[in-house]
Design a protein around this ligand. Structure first.
Ligand code: SMG
Ligand code: MG
Length: 368
């Protein structure tokens, strides 16, 4: 494989509605895209880092710097930067998994397009559509929340995830259960907003039969999550803490988690994400595909991953319209509560260049 150029492009898309979590409110999404050019094809990768290091330590400006100064030079200097070799080429540079994932995905996309192979097939997908869940932000009031949940259920979403934080946990869960019943697949996500001392409060969620509670404690609190798991009936599902297949195995063996949210960006790419899927599947541990408000580029790849057989719970793989009035690819739509898996080569979608150009805030091409 030969890479002739790599483009780093930053775009900004307004969100259809503000999205509030325990760590902040977002009204637009700034995205870093990586485009890899080879003689045979072009490939795209979306870096899932946010503008600020509030979800995790990574942020867009750092990812761009990392790519420009270290990752792209190392990969393009390699005589044969095969996608399956990228992770070992970038391994000497510590951390920055979201930056690494974006580059690996772009190279993988280019390679698969060159060979005419869809990403879903390359990863071992067994389905042509995936069930869609939706993540619902913290709202100003319970009536606002109920209106929002009602409209998502009306659209056909098959699972609701409520963002929670201290002061917004029991009341929203109770209200949603009371209004929409016990059959709704319901889970909550704290984005690390609690401490082990909050175990009693979190145990009050037990009677509501939630699928899981996502990342109640801090990213590095594996032992505390294991302790908390012993105090709750609701299964714990780690998100932020799971940064690799190795950490996933450690967390499972410690009893810190019994379900895993797989986000390819957080773990360094789709190949590592598949490893987590494989080890979880072998041990009967359910996994689902997380979301980072991706554009159609990142969403296409996530949906391909979510079509693997071990993804037994609906993911945060919502339709494009949940986030953006205008997406940079043909929008993903909800049909019967499901999203179709792209079956064209590579990630299977093309950016709409006119829209992409309109939303671009900066671009740089690194020639090799
Ligand atoms: O892409 O639908 C999406 C967002 C899903 O809640 C979501 N993601 O912790 O799982 C998570 C959050 C991280 C982003 S919050 C701005
Ligand atoms: Mg989460």
């Amino acid at each position: 494989m030969k890479i002739t150029a790599v483009e780093l492009r930053r775009v900004e898309l307004p969100l259809v509605a503000p999205f509030r979590t325990s760590f902040g409110t977002q009204t637009s999404r700034e995205v870093l895209l990586v485009r890899v050019v080879t003689p045979e094809a072009e490939g795209w990768g979306e870096c899932v880092a946010f503008s600020e290091p509030l979800y995790s330590s990574e942020y867009i400006e750092a990812a761009a710097d990392m790519l420009r100064r270290f990752l792209i030079p190392a990969v393009t200097a390699h005589p044969d930067p095969d996608p399956y070799r990228i992770a070992s080429v970038t391994a000497p540079f510590k951390g920055h998994r979201m930056a690494k994932a974006a580059l690996e995905t772009a190279v993988l996309d280019a390679e698969l397009r060159g060979r005419g192979v869809p990403l879903a097939r390359a990863l071992g997908a067994t389905r042509d559509r995936v069930p869609a869940g939706v993540s619902v932000g913290i709202m100003n009031s319970i009536p606002d929340l109920l209106d929002t949940v009602r409209s998502y259920l009306d659209e056909g979403y098959l699972r609701i995830k409520l963002k929670i934080e201290p002061g917004w946990d029991l009341a929203p869960v109770r209200a949603v259960r009371e209004h929409f019943g016990d059959d709704v697949l319901l889970q909550v996500d704290a984005n690390a907003a609690y401490r082990l001392a909050d175990a009693r409060q979190l145990a009050k969620l037990d009677p509501f039969d939630l699928l899981l509670i996502e990342q109640p404690l801090g990213e590095e609190d594996l032992r505390e999550h294991a302790e908390l798991a012993r105090l709750l009936r609701t299964p714990i599902c780690l998100d932020e803490s799971i940064t690799s297949a190795k950490v996933a195995v450690d967390a499972l063996l410690l009893g810190a988690t019994s379900v895993i949210n797989i986000k390819p960006g957080r773990v360094g790419g789709y190949l590592e994400a598949k490893r987590i899927h494989d080890v979880c599947q072998a041990h009967g541990v359910p996994v689902w595909c997380g979301g980072m408000l991706e554009t159609g580029i990142g969403r296409a790849a996530n949906v391909a991953l979510a079509a693997l057989p071990g993804f037994t719970l609906p993911g945060d793989t919502s339709a494009s319209g949940r986030y953006y009035a205008t997406d940079i690819t043909t929008p993903f739509v909800l049909r019967d509560g499901h999203i179709e898996v792209p079956n064209a080569p590579g990630i299977g979608v093309e950016p709409r260049l006119d829209i992409l150009d309109d939303l671009t805030t900066s671009a740089e091409v690194i020639k090799t």
